[in-house]
Write a protein that binds this ligand. Structure first.
Ligand SMILES: N[C@@H](CCC(=O)N[C@@H](CS)C(=O)NCC(=O)O)C(=O)O
Length: 124
């Protein structure tokens, strides 16, 4: 059964490109008040607490993660955005700042990361 008073909790790591994608969606879709954001700096006590909370619920802890409903945790930025998009009634591709980030700097970063992995593998 769903709990109408429960706000989804979004767990984000500072300066993480996947987390920024979720943050941009929340901001541009006007969803900041509809969720609780728990963010942390790498190496902080908050990180330790958040990892301890998430690890019993996720096969592999990664960020962003979210608790969509009480006890229902997920950890994939696109799945989190898809859930929030339904809740907000906003189509992510209709949000220009979000879309510019995903298709621009985010895509470029992912491509550079893949290229770097291939170059490293070829250099061994
Ligand atoms: N496919 C995942 C990738 C997320 C990801 O790799 N996040 C990094 C942070 S930028 C992470 O969680 N690394 C492992 C860790 O911090 O434990 C998504 O889109 O959510």
């Amino acid at each position: 059964m769903t709990n109408p008073t429960f706000k989804p909790v979004v767990y984000v790591k500072e300066n993480c490109p996947f987390c920024l994608k979720v943050r941009l969606f929340l901001l541009e879709a006007g969803m900041m008040e509809a969720v609780e954001i728990r963010d942390f700096a790498p190496g902080s006590k908050q990180e330790e607490d958040i990892r301890a909370e998430l690890s019993p619920h996720l096969a592999q802890v990664s960020f962003p993660s979210a608790q969509l409903e009480p006890g229902r945790y997920i950890a994939e930025s696109d799945d989190i955005i898809a859930f929030l998009a339904v809740k907000s009634g906003r189509e992510p591709t209709s949000l220009p700042v979000f879309e510019n980030y995903v298709e621009g700097p985010f895509k470029m970063m992912m491509n550079l990361w893949k290229e770097n992995q291939q170059l490293k593998a070829a250099a061994v």
